[in-house]
Design a protein around this ligand. Sequence first.
Ligand code: NAD
Length: 513
Amino acid sequence: MTDTDQTASGLARETALLLEGLGASLKAGDAIVVRSPIDGSVLARLAEAGADETTAAIGRADAAFRDWRRVPAPKRGELVRLLGEELRIHKAALGRLVSLEVGKITSEGLGEVQEMIDICDFAVGLSRQLYGLTIATERPNHRMMETWHPIGVVGVISAFNFPVAVWSWNAALAFVCGNSVVWKPSEKTPLTALAVAAIFERAVARFRAEGGTAPDGLLEVVVGGRASGEALVDDPRVPLVSATGSTVMGRAVGPRLAKRFARAILELGGNNAAIVCPSADLDLTLRGVAFAAMGTAGQRCTTLRRLFVHYSVYDRLVPRLKKAYGSVKIGNPLEVGTLVGPLIDERAFTAMQAALAAATKAGGTVTGGARATVAGCEGGFYVAPALVEMPEQCGPVVEETFAPILYVMRYSDFDEVIRLHNAVPQGLSSSIFTTDMREAERFVSAEGSDCGIANVNIGPSGAEIGGAFGGEKETGGGREAGSDSWKAYMRRTTNTVNYGTTLPLAQGVVFDV
Ligand code: NAD
C-alpha cells in the first residue's frame, strides 16, 4: 500500500459505509478506478458495462417504457414525489458522497441534492400539466388538438461536475412524461450515480407498496466510458439523448444522433462573461464575481471566466477582487470554512497551467494560479484561483479551461463590450452589473447577450430549476429543467376529429368519388 492509499483509506471506508447505508450495489472490477479528488485516494474499483451490457440495459428500459407509458401521468408524478421524499431523507448521505467523489465543499454537495429535490417538486406539479392546445379548424364539425405522448427510452450522459443534479433535471421530467431512463454517468463519478439508483429503488418500492405499477428497468445505470456512451447514442431504441459535457464530446455525439434522426439535448461547455458598468454597485459586484469565478473551484459550466470592467471603476474593483482572491480559503472541502476545494484530477491541473502560460505569452498578468499544498491531502490537486489581467480578449480567453481562471479586461464603450462579450464560440451564461436601466435592458434584449442565460446584478453561475437551462452556439442549444423544457421529452401529435356526417377537405380541395 502506498502513502496515498493509506491517507485514502479513511475516505474509502466512509464512502463504502455511505454506499452500504443507501443499499447501493457495486460491481467490483479493474476497469474503472474511482479516486477522490480530495487526496487522490482510491475510493472503489468497478467493472465497466461496455457496449453489450449497455445494449441489454436499453432492452430492459425499452420494455419498462411500454408499461410505464400506460400509467396516468399524475400517478407517474407520485413516483417522482416519493423520489423527492427519499432524497430529502438521504440528503446528508448523498451530499457527503458528492463531496467525497467530486471534491465539492459541503454546502455545495448538499446544494446539489437540494436541486434534485427541487426538480422532483417541479415535476410532480408538471405531471398534471402536460397539456396541448386546442386549435381552431377551418372545417365545420371538426376539432383540432394536440396531445403529448411519452417518447421512449431517454439516454442521459452526464459530466463529472454535477454528478447527480444533471441526471435529475432530465430524469424527473422524463419519468412524469412517461419515459424510462438509461443513465451513463461520468466514469469519474459512478459512485454517486449508483447511490442515486439505490435511492430511486427505495422510491419504487414505496410506490409499489402504495399499489402503484412501476416496471423493472425504469432506470438503468450503465457504469462505463466512451464505449457505453456510444452504444447509447447509436441505439435506435433511444429516441432522445441528453448529453452533458465538453464541446468535444458534443461534436462526437451530435452527428451520430443526427445520422439516425434522434433528438439531442446537448449541454456543453461555456465561456461565461460579466460586464461591470460605471454605475455598478461594487460591493454587490465583488461578491457576485467572487462566487461565480471561484466557487466549485471554477468547475461549473456556468463559472465566470471573462470579466469586462469599465475603465472608470477598474481601479476601484480589481484591487479588491485580488484581495478576495488572496484571502479565500483553499483546502479540504470537508472542512468548515473551505471555499475552494480541489480540481478533479491532475489533467485539469495541467490544463490550467497550460492556459496560464498561454495567457502570459499573450501579454496577461497572472495573480495566483499556483498549486496549493493542503496538509493530509497531498495527493489532491489544489490551486490558488487565478485572476489574469489581459490586454485584450485573445488566446486562451476564447476557450473554456475547466479551472478557476478569471480573465479581466478593461472596456470603455458599451456597444464594443457587447460585441466582445458575444465574440466567443460558446453561449451558455452571462451577466451585467449595472444600475442603469438602459444598459440592463439592452443586455437582455435581442441585441444584447447571445447566451441562453442572461442575468442582471447576479453572477452567471448557478441557476434555479424553475427556468429552462442551457445555452447557444457551441454550448449545444439544448434546454432542460424548468419552463416548458418538458416538451423535449415527449412527442407531439396533432389530432383532427370529425364529428359531422360529411367530409369537407382542407383548403377547399374537392375529391368526389
Ligand atoms: P466530458 O466531455 O469529458 O464527459 C462528459 C460525459 O460524456 C462523460 O459521461 C463521458 O464518458 C461522456 N463521453 C465522452 N465522449 C463521449 C462519446 N464520444 N460518446 C458518448 N459519450 C461520451 O466532460 P467532463 O469533463 O465530465 O465535464 C466537464 C465539461 O462539461 C465542461 O466542458 C463543462 O462546461 C461541461 N458541462 C456543461 C454543462 C451544461 O449544462 N452546459 C453542465 C455541466 C458540465
